[in-house]
Design a binder for this molecule. Structure first.
Ligand SMILES: NC(=O)c1ccc[n+]([C@@H]2O[C@H](COP(=O)([O-])OP(=O)(O)OC[C@H]3O[C@@H](n4cnc5c(N)ncnc54)[C@H](OP(=O)(O)O)[C@@H]3O)[C@@H](O)[C@H]2O)c1
Length: 330
């Protein structure tokens, strides 16, 4: 049986998720890519233990996570939990439904009550849990009325199968619309999950981050390292065992000379700050006050150790910020 490190809570900082009572670790672990049926179980287990030992209490899953997209990440997480269920109340576990999951009209990409509630039951079964802490609608669906999606999420809470609800891949206008319904229903909606990084700043242009601050929900942002670009991994070529090397990302073709030059310049600023590029990239995202937590992916435990250490230097000088801005805008 796994016994967690005694001093784990001294190694992490916890941020309030919007104006809710829920606190999330500044760094959370995501299960999208490296916890599926093709991976090595011992490595997955070590990654989860490493994270928990660093005070990472929040684990972000979805019905379709795993590689291939088949629920295998939830199954593997369930197996890992078997050795650490005695810590269940120290964990915040999230799952989602909304993207393609099973055949036919009810498991296709949508936001229907039919899909969401069936999927949550399947997720709980795979993870062997009675409830998840956060249940998300994974992606905005223009064809389902927002009332139906909101009522389904609200029902999951009333059933005792989720404590809080969230939405993911909703822009500001879509969020405003469903938020009105959550408020009428008194649904404990606390979190919105968009992509956000130095290389992907759509939430700033859209105003979703400012709206989060005004409305009082938190942002749990995904791909904060732009799937690994914002690390020193690609500065000297493309490693065969990397996400780009294995062809497991659609953004691989963005890794051109211009991008590499940008990454090298950012890496130099990180070095001056005494950080790795990955750590500076995470600190930069956390510098946005609307962000409650960054959801990192990892393929090995050492990456989690390195990334969690970003919290040792979260502040930026005005000069650092303007130099970074100049590189990003170039
Ligand atoms: N809601 C949504 O639609 C959505 C979509 C995507 C992701 N997410 C969530 O966000 C999580 C994170 O997404 P992501 O995996 O794209 O995040 P990311 O943190 O931007 O990228 C993770 C990848 O970067 C590389 N990496 C991480 N730390 C490193 C380090 N210190 N040094 C070198 N390389 C490092 C690893 O790639 P290698 O494999 O190459 O080592 C790792 O798999 C997901 O697991 C999921 O929970 C949500």
């Amino acid at each position: 049986m796994y016994i967690a490190a005694d001093n784990r809570y001294e190694k992490m900082v916890y941020r309030r998720c919007g104006r809710s009572g829920l606190k999330l670790p500044a760094v959370s672990l995501g299960f999208w890519q490296n916890f599926g049926s093709r991976g090595c179980f011992a490595n997955m287990e070590e990654m989860v233990h490493t994270a928990f030992d660093l005070g990472i209490t929040h684990f972000d899953l979805a019905n379709n996570y795993g590689n291939p997209y088949n629920g295998s990440a939830e199954e593997n997480f369930g197996r890992i939990l078997d050795g650490m269920r005695h810590y269940r109340d120290e964990m915040c576990i999230s799952t989602k439904a909304g993207y393609e999951m099973w055949e036919g009209p009810y498991g296709d990409r949508n936001g229907s009550r039919k899909y969401l509630l069936a999927s949550l039951d399947q997720s709980l079964k795979r993870m062997k849990l009675d409830y998840v802490d956060i249940f998300y609608h994974h992606v905005f669906d223009p064809d389902t009325p927002p009332e139906e999606t909101a009522l389904a999420l609200d029902h999951a809470v009333k059933q005792g199968k989720a404590l809080y609800v969230g939405i993911s891949n909703y822009n500001r206008a879509q969020t405003e619309e469903i938020l009105k319904i959550f408020r009428e229903l008194h649904t404990p909606y606390v979190v919105n999950q968009p992509s956000y990084s130095m290389l992907n700043r759509w939430i700033e242009r859209d105003g979703l981050d400012r709206f989060a601050g005004e409305a009082g929900f938190g942002l749990a942002v995904f791909s904060p390292l732009y799937q690994g670009f914002l690390t020193d991994k690609y500065l000297k070529g493309i490693p065969a065992d990397s996400r780009v090397g294995k062809g497991e990302t659609w953004i691989g073709n963005e890794l051109n000379e211009q991008m590499l030059e940008k990454l090298k310049q950012l890496n130099a600023i990180a070095a001056e700050r005494g950080q790795k590029l990955s750590q500076m990239a995470l600190s930069w995202v956390l510098h946005n006050e609307a962000v409650a937590t960054v959801l990192i992916g990892a393929s090995r435990p050492q990456q989690i150790v390195e990334n969690a250490a970003c919290i040792e230097k979260l502040d930026f000088t005005a000069e650092e910020l303007s130099r970074i801005e100049a590189i990003l805008k170039n």
